[in-house]
Design a protein around this ligand. Structure first.
Ligand code: SF4
Ligand code: SF4
Length: 198
């Protein structure tokens, strides 16, 4: 019978006329993101990084550049190099997360942002100073420990380095001795470290 197709088409139009729209007026409104979103604004913790460069080796695009000084003063057993350069070229990053998976010390985490647009490619290179200074709002992707502590990356508060790892931060008995005082929240006056289990 002729005209059935037109009636069906009008039905679709009418249905959509009365349906609540699911689009939103960005940027005035934003849809809540999942905490495992893999976004820009990598979180890097210098206190956890040994300069092993596993992240750089695993990056399929080779966009992480690390320069370390083996005589950098962190000379404890199993210790770390002094990281002098840590650049991530976000202009070429595909946010695959392989660098984060490769990091054995939970020093590198995916970010949660997506609005860091810049006018030039050079401005999209994250350098070590930016990574050190920025507030840490790591994604919980590939970081089950952050979900265990119910960390919400979209909250205001920055996540401290001592809470970003899978193991307690005193896992290496000599490591805390190298940690600057401003990061050393759990040191006692006797120089020993209190376990959270106590
Ligand atoms: S997310 Fe992927 S492409 Fe981006 S720096 Fe990490 S490994 Fe490289
Ligand atoms: S971020 Fe992780 S993988 Fe990369 S150099 Fe530091 S400790 Fe090694």
């Amino acid at each position: 019978m002729y005209g059935i197709g037109i009636i069906k088409g009008l039905g679709v139009t009418l249905r959509n006329l009365i349906r609540t729209p699911f689009t939103i007026q960005y940027p005035e409104k934003k849809i809540p993101q999942h905490s495992r979103f893999r976004g820009q604004e990598f979180s890097w913790y210098e206190q956890r990084c040994t300069g092993c460069a596993s992240c750089a080796k695993y990056c399929p695009l080779g966009i992480i550049r690390i320069v370390t000084d083996p005589n950098g003063g962190n000379d404890q057993d199993g210790g770390s190099y002094k990281v002098e350069v840590f650049d991530i070229d976000q202009a070429r990053c595909m946010y695959c997360g392989l660098c984060v998976e490769a990091c054995p010390y939970d020093a590198l985490h995916m970010g949660t942002g997506f609005e860091a647009a810049k006018l030039t490619r050079e401005e999209l290179v994250l350098n070590i100073d930016t990574l050190k200074e920025r507030a840490k709002h790591p994604s919980t992707w590939f970081r089950p420990q952050l979900e265990r502590i119910e960390f919400d990356p979209y909250q205001e508060q920055s996540l401290d380095w001592s809470e970003a790892g899978r193991e307690p931060f005193f896992w290496h008995p000599k490591r805390p001795a190298q940690i600057p005082d401003e990061y050393d929240h759990r040191a006692t006056s006797s120089g020993t470290y209190e376990s959270e289990d106590n």
